[in-house]
Write a protein of this length. Structure first.
Length: 188
């Protein structure tokens, strides 16, 4: 029995092998960190309109800084350590934004924006503290300390929501959930 090409390909090809091949050619160690620093430097230079908006000069400066950055192993190690943690932090913020959009009335979302900013700051502090510890500099930053910082920030956030949320005398209505939200707020 002759296997068709797609079946043979799927039986012999594994996605992990592709990732290992890309890792072996330096995609994660050199190419992606270079592209990241190039894009950031080029974007900042273009946004500030430095050098009279000359894109050629912006490209040259961004390439030089990108190549110099990937030569320094601390830069690539930092990106390899912080990227997964940053991904987890962004997923947490995304879930909170989705929950906020579903369950918080439209007129209270301005207050929740401040709470979300505080949550983002706490997540950033936790990520940087863990990254700092991973480099061996911060022996005093432990998971217990990080846990206490997160719990304290959550309690402060809950207190802010309770204090600022009770300013209106009538329950607010949500344009998104309509009667469902009204029945929850009124306790019907």
């Amino acid at each position: 029995m002759v296997l068709s090409l797609p079946i043979w390909f799927m039986q012999t090809f594994r996605f992990e092998d592709l990732l290992f091949s890309l890792e072996n050619i330096g995609l994660f160690q050199f190419i992606l960190p270079f592209l990241l620093i190039f894009a950031v430097i080029f974007g900042v230079l273009s946004w500030t309109n430095m050098f009279g908006g000359n894109k050629g000069v912006h490209v040259i400066i961004a390439v030089v800084i990108g190549l110099l950055a990937i030569r320094w192993s601390v830069y690539t190690d930092f990106l390899n350590i912080i990227s997964p943690k940053l991904g987890v932090g962004l997923v947490i913020i995304l879930v909170l934004v989705l929950l906020m959009g579903l369950f918080i009335p439209a007129d209270s979302q301005a207050i929740m924006g401040w709470v979300m900013m505080a949550v983002g700051v706490v997540i950033a502090i936790v990520i940087f503290a863990q990254t700092y510890s991973d480099f061996g500099y911060g022996g005093y930053v432990t998971s217990d300390l990080i846990g206490w910082v997160v719990i304290t920030a959550l309690l402060i956030g809950v207190l802010v929501v309770i204090v600022l949320g009770n300013n209106s005398s009538k329950p607010s209505t949500s344009k998104k959930l309509g009667r469902l939200w009204d029945s929850i707020v009124e306790g019907k």
